[in-house]
Design a protein around this ligand. Sequence first.
Ligand code: ATP
Length: 132
Amino acid sequence: MKTLTVSVVTPDGPVLEESFSMVSCKAENGELGILPGHIPLVAPLSISAVRLKGEGDTVNIAISGGFLEVRPDKVTILAQSAEKPSDIDVERARKAKERAERRLKAKQDDVDFRRAELALRRALNRLDVVDQ
Ligand code: ATP
């Protein structure tokens, strides 16, 4: 079976480097499914889950945006943050979600709505990945 080496890297260091048979991720302009032998590609990624399909298992990773680089035998994901389900602190994500929702509801001039919206998306994405 053909595989791809997948490397996930954040500013804090490497999160994962393993072989998988397929990578599914969400680029800013749509879903991408990458199999071994894919043409080279660079694409910005959304706040989303990256799905790594192995021979028996599937690994989901929550990423907070970043870039995907595809070469025929390797996929590199450079993300602002990336967590496997076991590394996600559910309580922290719930609190971040509530904080962001409160800020979005507040309708105060000093609230940075774009920032609160992004924080909410990161928190929801982490909670989704834990549930998958
Ligand atoms: P918070 O408001 O809780 O800090 P955030 O979305 O603002 O959440 P980020 O700026 O995306 O946090 O991430 C900062 C660092 O904290 C990253 O290393 C990220 O992996 C980690 N991190 C953030 N939230 C969680 C979580 N719920 N569980 C595990 N690690 C987390």
